[in-house]
Design a protein around this ligand. Structure first.
Ligand code: APR
Ligand code: PHB
Length: 390
């Protein structure tokens, strides 16, 4: 087997990269170790920046997003007694969309299986090899148990945080990583109940952070801060709704409750690995970095990476110019660090930990966001997505 770009991992990063390259006449093969059903059922975040939406629409995979996605012009910031709306178009001329990452993945898989390049599910033993040479390859075992070799010009490691690509880059390039596991986790639920607010509510509360989000006019997505040692079995639906009701309490407003269809506890981590390239192996998305979900940046960062990477590979493989490939890692990392900072800042502002001094500092920052247009604009610009080269 031979292709121009061998792509490891069929998450949003790998699937979108394949699509963007296909549109520019570059051949790809995508190798995924899970099943299609598994990949399409994974529940992740659900906020798309304007640039992400534009990229998906331009790539011809935005029809359902345009029909079913919910445009949001802002978010609500809450602390006891106050719920303040930030108006994004007024602050920075952009908005965001609510559309689940699960739906983005379904749309990309459908497009790829319809008229796209090969996408192989349930492969195993995937190994990028000889990435320092001009002729790298990926060895793997196909779904029938037959060993295969995929010869490539370039390998893209879009295989997420637990993938096989990052260790090859780190070892080969002598790279380094930065990591922090935050001292709190999110308990997330999906519930069959219409969202209780028109737009997302980020709420600071003495008991801990809570976030009200949604997936559609009839499905709510809610999160509450818990200790990372908590077990989901100890959280009955009633206990979850009680916690959420307390943390969102506001005079004249009520949290609607309903049947919980999914619940899980998510760890919170900040992680960056540099460089994002070694030889002909390029990393993009969660393979290279993880942000805590508070800023809704994970998926958007993956889309920004592959947008830069697609441009770089098109230039290399069709025009023979390596300039964009050579600057890919530095350009992507500049944006990664900006998003890592924004996500860390949102996370540290809203989550209870530390002592009462920390709490007062958090509240002071929130009050500043609610009273100063300058402070609010900085949040709005980052939340809705900064320009690609940031
Ligand atoms: N071989 C083949 N595929 C693999 C391997 C492997 N050895 N290891 C992992 N994969 C697959 C995973 O099963 C997954 O489908 O790679 C894919 C990686 O996808 P994601 O984890 O979704 O990562 P990415 O595409 O970078 O998307 C980033 O996902 O985790 C969220 O918050 C994150 O929203 C962000 C987005
Ligand atoms: C979500 O809807 O899952 C979501 C929304 C906003 C965030 C994180 C997650 O900041």
């Amino acid at each position: 087997m031979r292709t121009q770009v061998g792509i490891i991992g069929a998450g949003p990063a790998g699937l979108l990269l394949s699509r963007l390259l296909q549109l520019q006449g570059i051949d790809t093969v995508v190798l995924e170790n899970r099943s299609r059903e598994y990949v399409e059922a994974r529940i992740r975040a659900g906020i798309l920046e304007q640039h992400t939406v534009q990229t998906l629409v331009d790539a011809g995979v935005g029809d359902r997003l345009q029909r079913e996605g919910l445009p949001h012009d802002g978010i609500h910031l809450q602390h006891p007694g106050v719920r303040h709306h930030l108006d994004f178009p007024q602050l920075c001329g952009r908005r965001v969309w609510v559309y689940g990452q699960t739906e983005v993945v379904k749309d990309l898989v459908a497009a790829q299986l319809d008229d796209g390049p090969p996408l192989l599910f349930e492969v195993s033993d995937v190994r990028p090899e000889d990435v320092e040479s001009d002729a790298p390859r990926i060895r793997f075992t196909d779904a029938d148990g037959v060993p295969q070799v995929l010869e490539c010009d370039v390998v893209a490691g879009t295989d997420g945080f637990h993938g096989v690509s990052r260790p090859v880059v780190t070892a080969g390039a002598g790279g380094r990583t930065w990591e922090r596991t935050h001292p709190y986790a999110w308990l997330g639920i999906l519930a069959d109940v219409p969202p209780s607010a028109d737009e997302l509510v980020y709420s600071w509360h003495p008991d801990g952070f809570a976030l009200l989000s949604m997936r559609s006019p009839s499905v709510s997505r809610l999160y509450l801060q818990v200790d990372p040692t908590e077990r989901i079995e100890d959280w009955s639906d009633d206990r979850i709704w009680d916690g959420l009701t307390t943390r969102f309490a506001l005079d004249g407003w009520e949290l609607r409750t309903g049947p919980v269809t999914e619940k899980s506890i998510l760890p919170m981590r900040s992680f960056v690995s540099a460089p994002m390239r070694h030889g002909r192996l390029f990393l993009a998305g969660d393979a290279a970095h993880i942000v805590p979900p508070t800023g809704a940046k994970g998926l958007n960062l993956a889309v920004a990476d592959v947008t830069l990477l697609a441009q770089a590979l098109v230039r290399w493989l069709t025009e023979g110019q390596t300039d964009l490939a050579d600057t890919y890692s530095d350009r992507a990392l500049a944006r990664v660090w900006r998003s890592t900072h924004f996500s860390w800042w949102m996370t540290s502002m809203f989550h209870r930990s530390g002592d009462d001094l920390d709490a007062e500092l958090q509240l002071s920052q929130l009050r500043r966001l609610c009273s100063s247009e300058t402070a609010a604009r900085e949040l709005a610009e980052n939340y809705t997505g900064l320009p690609l080269d940031t």
